[in-house]
Design a protein around this ligand. Structure first.
Ligand code: FES
Length: 150
C-alpha cells in the first residue's frame, strides 16, 4: 500500500475558523470551462469544483496516494479522478475507486480526504469549517474569509 496518511499530505486546519458559513469563492469563479479551482482556507489547501452534475465539492487538494494535485483531476461520476494513477474521489472526499487494486479490494473505503460542506447563495460559494453542525441560517459575508487565498 502506498497511501500516505492525512498527517503527511494534509494541512492542519489553522485555529480561527469561525462557527459560521464563510465565503470560499464567488460563483463566477467557477463559471469557466473546467470549474476546478484551488482554494486555501485557514491553512488547508483545498480544491473547489463543480462536478459533472453541477454539484459543488470542496475537498483536500492533494491525493493521499502520491500527492498529485487534484486541481488537475478529471471531473467524472460526482467527483474528481486523480490525474496520476486514477484514484477517484466523490464530492465528500471519499475514495470510491482505485483502478490498480485487485477487483475485490476494499482498501478504498478507508481513504478519505478532508472535505467541507458547500452551499451557493446570492452569487457566493460558502463553506463551513467550524465545529459541529453548520448553522441553518446561511448569511453571505460581504468579504472573503480572512485567510482565503488561491
Ligand atoms: S497520486 Fe496516485 S492516484 Fe493520485
Amino acid at each position: 500500500m502506498n497511501a500516505r496518511d492525512d498527517a503527511e499530505l494534509g494541512d492542519a486546519l489553522e485555529p480561527g475558523a469561525p462557527d459560521t458559513w464563510i465565503k470560499a469563492a464567488n460563483s463566477a469563479d467557477l463559471e469557466i470551462p473546467r470549474p476546478v479551482i484551488p482554494v486555501t482556507l485557514f491553512g488547508q489547501r483545498l480544491v473547489l469544483f463543480r462536478d459533472d452534475e453541477g454539484e459543488l465539492g470542496l475537498i483536500g487538494r492533494h491525493c493521499p496516494h502520491r500527492g498529485a494535485d487534484l486541481c488537475f483531476g478529471r471531473r467524472e461520476d460526482h467527483g474528481l479522478r486523480c490525474p496520476f494513477h486514477g484514484w477517484h474521489f466523490d464530492r465528500n472526499g471519499q475514495c470510491v475507486e482505485q483502478p490498480a487494486e485487485p477487483a475485490d479490494s476494499t482498501m478504498y473505503k478507508t481513504i478519505k480526504l478532508p472535505s467541507y460542506p458547500v452551499v451557493e447563495k446570492d452569487g457566493a460559494i460558502l463553506t463551513y469549517m467550524g465545529k459541529g453542525e453548520p448553522p441553518r441560517d446561511i448569511v453571505v459575508p460581504a468579504q472573503p474569509a480572512a485567510s482565503a487565498t488561491r
